[in-house]
Design a protein around this ligand. Structure first.
Ligand code: ZN
Ligand code: ZN
Length: 137
């Protein structure tokens, strides 16, 4: 069984990887709130090009400007609209999977919350987890 496996809502795009994730974080930026339609994104950072993708032809890309001003490539399923993963030009070498698309989410344990300056006021984060008002850096 691959370490990482997931799919969009309709199943047109599937991905998997045997590579260990480099990080798990929660992003409260306004762009993630808009793209996901909810309070935040849970993201699993994977080394670039470590995902095997089935259904590449069903992937659309929205190139937007992130809250930090850098370009963000947001990949999604053209059929069902599920956000799948993003790459940020300001953070090279990492692809950020939208963790809600993983088949198994039981192991997720975010170690950092970023863009807390736009966090919804009712979100309650454990004291033991790092909080950053903007990016990690
Ligand atoms: Zn889909
Ligand atoms: Zn974000």
């Amino acid at each position: 069984m691959p370490k990482i496996a997931g799919t969009c809502l309709c199943g047109s795009v599937k991905y998997s990887s045997d590579v260990e994730p480099v990080m798990t974080a929660v992003c409260h930026c306004k762009s993630c709130q808009r793209q996901t339609g909810t309070a935040f994104s849970i993201v699993v950072g994977m080394p670039e090009a470590s995902l095997e993708v089935d259904g590449q032809e069903n992937i659309g890309e929205f190139l937007g400007t992130g809250d930090s001003g850098g370009k963000v490539h947001r990949n999604f399923c053209r059929n069902c609209g599920s956000p799948l993963w993003s790459t940020c030009e300001s953070i090279s070498g990492v692809e950020f999977i939208k963790a809600g698309t993983l088949d198994d989410t039981s192991w997720l344990d975010p170690t950092a919350h970023v863009w807390c300056e736009t966090m919804q006021p009712w979100v309650d984060i454990s004291e033991s987890v790092e909080k950053h008002s903007r990016n990690l850096s």
